[in-house]
Write a protein that binds this ligand. Structure first.
Ligand code: SF4
Length: 471
C-alpha cells in the first residue's frame, strides 16, 4: 500500500459545522494529492470525488451541505501504485464501525492480511486491509482504541500516518514511530475547533494556529473531553522524509519545527558556497525551487529572474508533474512550463532545481532554455542524487526510472554522477548537493532524516525487502 497523500480532520467543540473547514483544509493540501478527495462524517458514508477539490465544486457543495457535522475527516489522494479509480479514494468506511484515511506506505500488507484472513491479499493497495485488521484487534480488546492502535502499529512496517473517525464522535490520529510523514495539530479559535493536518499550510488557509506536531509514535484522541495523547514511541531514531522539505511539502508549512521555506532558501545559499560558477542569471524551476534560487542569488550576487513560468491559466499549469501517475501525464504538464525569452536570451543561465528524479523535466527545461537563446545552461540541485527507489510512499519505484542510477550506478562518486547526469540531460554542468549540506539546511542531523532514496539504507524502515509486495 503506497499513498503519498494529505490528511485533514476537524472537531468543533462549539458544534459548528466543520465541513467548510475540512473542504478548505483539503484545498490547502492539494499539492499532496490531485487524483481524488473525500470527506467522512460519523454517518459512515464518505463522500468521494475524482480530481481536485475545486473540480465540480457546485455539484459537490450540494452533497456537502447535507453532510453538516461538527466532526469530520478528509483525504486528498496521490497513488504511487494501483488504480486511480474512485473506489480507491479515501476515507474508507470499515464495516460502518469507523472511517479511516491514510498517508504513507505500509510495506508488509501480506503479513497484515494473513493475520486477518489466513490468506494473501489479491489486491494490496488498500487502506481497508489495515482498517479491517484494526477492527479485528478492537474486537478482541473490548474496543480499547489506544491499546488496539498500539497493537496494530506493532504489526505494521513502514511510513504512515492515519486519521480515524468513530461513530462515537471521536477522532484518532497517529504517526509511525520514526515520523516519516508529517502530521500536526491546530486550533481554529473562531469555531473552537481542533484540527489535524498533514501540513500546517492548511491551517494558514483557515486562519487557524499550528499548536504542535503529532510526535512520532503518538496517538491523539479528540472527543468531547478535549485532546488526549498516548505515546507508543520506542525511543528509536527519527527518519523524517528529507524529500518532504525540498519538494513535496508546501513552502509555507512548518514541519517538525522547521520552516520549509527557510530550509529551501538556506539550501540555495549552501549551493552557492559549494559551486563557484559564473553566470548572468539564476532561474528557478517553478515552483518548489523558488526559495532555493532566491537563496543562491542572495549568496552569489547573481540576479534571479523568472526565466521559466508555469501557465497558471491552464488547468494543467497548476498541477505537479512529479506526482502524476503516468509518464504521458508528466510530459503533458512539463509542456505548461514556458520560457521567458527576454530573461534568458544570450545569457549564461544557472537553473536551480529541487531534485532530479527521472530527468524528464530537466531535459525539457534545458531544451526550452536553449531554444530561447540561452548561451549555456548549468543545473544545481538541492537534493543529493536519487539512486534508489523510495519504499516509503514517494513515487520513484524502480532503479531503472532513476537517471542517477541509470547513468552512474549505485556507487559512483558525486563528480562522476554530476558529469554523467549532465551529459544525459544535455546541460553544460550539473551539480548536486551533499547529504551533510542537506541535513544542515533542514536544521537536523543526517541520522534524524530518511535518505534511503539516496543511500539505499532501507534499515530506517525496519524493512525486509525480500518480503516486498506490490500490485
Ligand atoms: S526514501 Fe527518500 S523520498 Fe522516500 S521517505 Fe526516504 S527520503 Fe523520503
Amino acid at each position: 500500500m503506497k499513498e503519498k497523500c494529505g490528511l485533514f480532520a476537524a472537531f468543533s467543540t462549539s458544534k459548528t459545522d466543520v465541513i467548510p473547514l475540512v473542504t478548505i483544509g483539503l484545498r490547502g493540501l492539494q499539492h499532496r494529492g490531485q487524483e481524488a478527495w473525500g470527506i467522512a462524517t460519523p454517518t459512515m458514508n464518505p463522500f468521494k470525488q475524482n480530481g481536485l477539490v475545486t473540480d465540480n465544486l457546485d455539484q459537490s457543495a450540494l452533497v456537502l451541505q447535507q453532510m453538516k457535522s461538527n466532526i469530520a475527516i478528509g483525504h486528498v489522494r496521490y497513488s504511487t501504485a494501483g488504480g486511480t479509480s474512485l473506489s480507491n479514494a479515501q476515507p474508507f468506511s470499515i464495516n460502518k464501525k469507523f472511517c479511516i484515511a491514510h498517508n504513507g506506505t505500509v510495506c508488509d500488507l501480506n503479513s497484515v492480511n494473513t493475520k486477518l484472513t489466513g490468506k494473501k491479499p489479491r489486491r494490496i493497495n488498500d487502506t481497508s486491509i489495515v482498517g479491517k485488521r484494526l477492527l479485528s484487534i478492537l474486537k478482541t480488546n473490548n474496543f480499547d482504541w489506544f491499546k488496539s492502535i498500539e497493537l496494530l502499529c506493532d504489526e505494521l512496517v513502514g511510513a504512515y500516518c492515519f486519521v480515524i473517525l468513530t461513530p462515537d464522535n471521536e477522532i484518532y490520529a497517529f504517526r509511525d514511530t520514526r515520523g516519516f510523514r508529517p502530521l500536526c495539530i491546530g486550533w481554529h479559535k473562531k469555531s473552537k475547533t481542533y484540527l489535524i493536518s498533514s501540513e500546517s499550510c492548511a491551517f494558514s488557509m483557515l486562519g487557524a494556529e499550528l499548536t504542535r506536531d503529532v510526535n512520532p509514535g503518538e496517538i491523539i484522541k479528540i472527543s468531547n473531553k478535549g485532546l488526549e495523547s498516548h505515546s507508543f514511541s520506542r525511543g528509536e531514531r527519527t527518519a523524517h522524509c528529507s524529500f518532504e522539505y525540498i519538494y513535496f511539502a508546501h513552502p509555507s508549512s512548518v514541519i517538525d519545527q522547521t520552516s520549509v521555506y527557510e530550509s529551501r532558501r538556506k539550501l540555495g545559499q549552501m549551493l552557492a558556497e559549494m559551486y563557484d560558477l559564473n553566470a548572468d542569471v539564476v532561474v528557478p524551476v517553478p515552483d518548489s525551487a523558488r526559495p532555493a534560487a532566491l537563496g543562491f542569488s542572495e549568496k552569489s550576487g547573481i540576479p534571479m529572474v523568472e526565466g521559466l513560468m508555469k501557465d497558471r491559466y491552464a488547468k494543467r499549469g497548476s498541477q505537479r508533474s512529479f506526482i502524476q501517475p503516468k509518464y504521458k501525464e508528466r510530459l503533458k504538464i512539463n509542456r505548461w512550463i514556458m520560457p521567458v525569452k527576454s530573461a534568458v536570451d544570450g545569457k549564461d543561465v544557472i537553473v536551480i532545481d529541487d531534485s532530479i528524479v527521472r530527468g524528464i523535466s530537466s531535459k525539457a527545461i534545458v531544451k526550452t532554455l536553449r531554444n530561447s537563446g540561452a548561451k549555456s545552461v548549468k543545473i544545481l540541485v538541492t537534493y543529493p542524487p536519487i539512486r534508489h527507489p523510495c519504499r516509503a510512499g514517494i513515487d520513484f519505484p524502480t532503479h531503472e526510472e532513476l537517471i542517477a542510477y541509470n547513468t552512474s550506478g549505485k556507487n559512483s562518486d558525486i563528480d562522476t554522477i554530476n558529469k554523467k547526469v549532465g551529459k544525459s540531460v544535455n546541460a553544460d554542468f550539473v551539480g548536486y548537493n551533499t547529504v551533510e549540506n542537506l541535513a544542515a539546511g533542514i536544521g537536523k542531523k543526517p541520522n534524524q532524516l530518511c535518505m534511503a532514496c539516496h543511500d539505499g539504507e532501507y534499515g530506517v524502515l525496519n524493512r525486509n525487502l525480500s518480503n516486498e509486495t506490490s500490485e
